[in-house]
Ligand binder design. Sequence first.
Ligand SMILES: [Zn+2]
Length: 324
Amino acid sequence: MSETFVGIDLGGTNIKIGLFDAELKLVCKTSVTTDADMGPEIVIDKMAQTVKDLVAEAGLSPENVVAVGIGTPGPAKYTEGIIIKSTNMPKFKNVPICQMLVDRLGVPVVFDNDANVACWGEYVVGAGKGVQDMVFFTLGTGIGGGVVSNGELVHGCDENAAELGHTIIYPNGRKCNCGQRGCVEAYASADSTARRAAEAIEAGAESTLKKVFDEKGRITSKDVYEHLAAGDKLAGEITDGTAEALALTCINMLHTTEPKRIVFVGGMIAAGDALLKRIRDFFEEHIWTIKKEEVEICFATLGEDAGIIGAGALARHTYGQQES
Ligand SMILES: [Zn+2]
């Protein structure tokens, strides 16, 4: 029997589903709208039916499916398979999503948060391939993360481990959305990067970004990187601030779990080497001198399919017969 694993990425707008073979090669994939307003019963009915349709389309039988992996944003009780609540899906309250899928598909289901799932995908077949210890940062509106230590995801005693965005790097620093001060998220997320640029302009800094700010009333992180590429001095200073904050967090993580590789993902990596080189330079500037560490700092490689690949990989890791 050819082992098949299902990876599901449940978002507020779309449900992405992929089928993977035992080597985690993508057999086929699809995407359907979530229609979260219809409520969990209907959404999960649709999710299960889409899996069945995809299995049939691939010429496989339901018996080929060994397990399903699913990733979605928290808060959730991942071990118990329950979504507690969801910002993007207000009708999802205390939904036993794993059991509901087991009832509909008759195979085991493994569940984790979207950052951990993407981290696991990168670890198994993406930028983390070949190492045993990896740290993963998602640079979006906020900063999320995942930690793989000795070949396993770290979950913590209450499943809140790897909230890397809320590690404090500057005591009494900028206020973070979480209530703490000086979190890396308050400096280096896409939103914080853009906000620091806007604040500098409001305070009178000279920059080609001022025209953008005056015209649109706001600045995005994409604007910052475009103006950085064009040689704007302020955009360079703002990017330095982002990179230094990330580098300090990398050093703290190095001293925590000693990863071999540190991987960044998210829209901000579109800045390319201009950001990556700065992170590496600040890392070298601030790292301890006791022992030279060979840490590779790089960008993710899986792209938009990371969520389904990671979920499929998690299903294989938990329920597959063997891993290659
Ligand atoms: Zn915070």
